[in-house]
Design a binder for this molecule. Structure first.
Ligand code: GLU
Length: 376
């Protein structure tokens, strides 16, 4: 299959590793390189793309600000170094994107934020709102609180989860190597770059094991793990060199890289996940007007709900039934069962009065809703 083109994508996550962003000798941000990357991001942004950045560098920057000696850091040392470095990292991104009139929004996530559905919905809707406001979310792992057992540790897999969470259609991993090679390119003159990977086979995984890169934390193995996460959720991924100036422009111009293609698209893959893999925790029965609205592709509003059954939490999957109890669809509900019951049948302005908070307008957002799940 031919490689896609960068301008075919509408929502793009760009992952930038520490070794690209920070000069390992001076311990400073590589300002010239970053300015060029920001210009590339601004170009995509001007073209109407939603862009997100997953940026590493907090630990490396903190280490340099605190003048910590070289050598491995203990967990609490890297957490404290990240606390210092992340402030600097956020300021840097805010400045370089701000120079193009783009607002940067910092989002620090933990493993639980991406894996627990309630928290997942929170992170996802914040990212969605920032994109709607044409800001660029700048995301990193919350290294100051993440502990060894429950952390990503590498931003390759984190970026893949963020990309799938935000229904991005492309994840770009900027790396210190320009793609996946058949063998280690440094030591094997016959090694060739694989331009397109259509399926992550055992053979591809074998190449990743051999063609690791020493500089980046993740190496090629975590990049392949990231590709598995991304492609199984309908997000294409590519690995390209970030060692050149204007790396995104180079990709747009058809430069060297490895594409990992997915047969799905993020919305259908996500909907398949909602419809097929999640055990429903409750049922919402809705009126005829809401049934028509849902079938027309709209969200489910509290006003259309006539009955709430089951013990579910925000983010759980629920079955949606019509007034005759016929299954209409399934979705991720935005309220806990108790609150859903309180606001059923009520108009959106009432929700504020009843719950005392400005809740979400929808009971189930249309992106979280799959209509027509009942067996025929
Ligand atoms: N989250 C880490 C940091 O900001 C980096 C992880 C990685 O290098 O992949 O320092």
């Amino acid at each position: 299959m031919a490689s896609p083109k960068l301008h075919d994508f509408r929502r793009i996550v760009v992952k930038v590793g520490s070794s690209l962003l920070i000069d390992s000798v001076a311990g400073e941000v590589r300002a010239g390189w970053l300015t060029a990357l920001a210009a590339d991001i601004a170009e995509l942004h001007r073209g109407g793309r939603d862009v997100m950045v997953v940026s590493s560098g907090s630990i490396a920057l903190g280490r340099s600000r605190l003048k910590l000696p070289r050598g491995p850091l203990k967990l609490e040392e890297s957490q404290a170094a990240a606390a210092v470095g992340q402030i600097e990292l956020a300021r840097t991104w805010s400045e370089v994107l701000g120079a193009h009139g783009i607002g940067a929004g910092q989002i620090l996530v933990t493993f639980q934020d991406t894996e627990e559905r309630r928290r997942y919905l929170n992170a996802r809707s914040t990212i969605g709102k920032l994109l709607e406001w044409h800001a660029v979310p700048v995301i990193n792992e919350n290294d100051t609180v993440a502990t060894t057992e429950i952390r990503y540790g590498d931003n390759d897999r984190l970026a893949a989860r963020v990309a799938t969470m935000a229904s991005a259609d492309l994840l770009i991993l900027l790396s210190d190597i320009d793609g996946l090679y058949t063998a280690p390119p440094g030591s094997n003159p016959d090694a060739t770059l694989i331009p397109v990977v259509e399926a992550i086979t055992a053979e591809i995984e074998g190449m990743a094991g051999a063609a690791g890169s020493e500089l980046s934390r993740g190496g090629m193995r975590t990049k392949i793990e990231a590709a598995k996460i991304a492609t199984s959720a309908g997000t294409h991924m590519l690995i390209a060199s970030g060692k050149i100036d204007h790396p995104l422009k180079a990709i747009a111009d058809g430069g060297k890289c490895t594409w990992f293609l997915t047969p799905a698209n993020p919305v259908t893959a996500r909907k398949r996940w909602i419809a097929g893999s999640l055990e429903p925790k409750g049922t919402l029965t809705i009126d005829a007007g809401a049934v028509s609205a849902l079938r027309a592709g709209k969200s489910l509003l509290p006003a259309g709900v006539i009955r709430v059954d089951g013990q579910f939490c925000r983010g759980d999957a629920v079955i949606v039934r019509g007034p005759d109890t016929h299954e209409i669809g399934r979705g991720l509900v935005a309220y806990d069962a108790e609150d859903a019951d309180k606001i059923k049948g009520r108009s959106s302005p009432d929700v504020m009065t009843i719950l005392g908070i400005t809740g979400r307008a929808e009971m189930i957002h249309r992106d979280d809703l799959v209509v027509g799940t009942a067996p025929a």
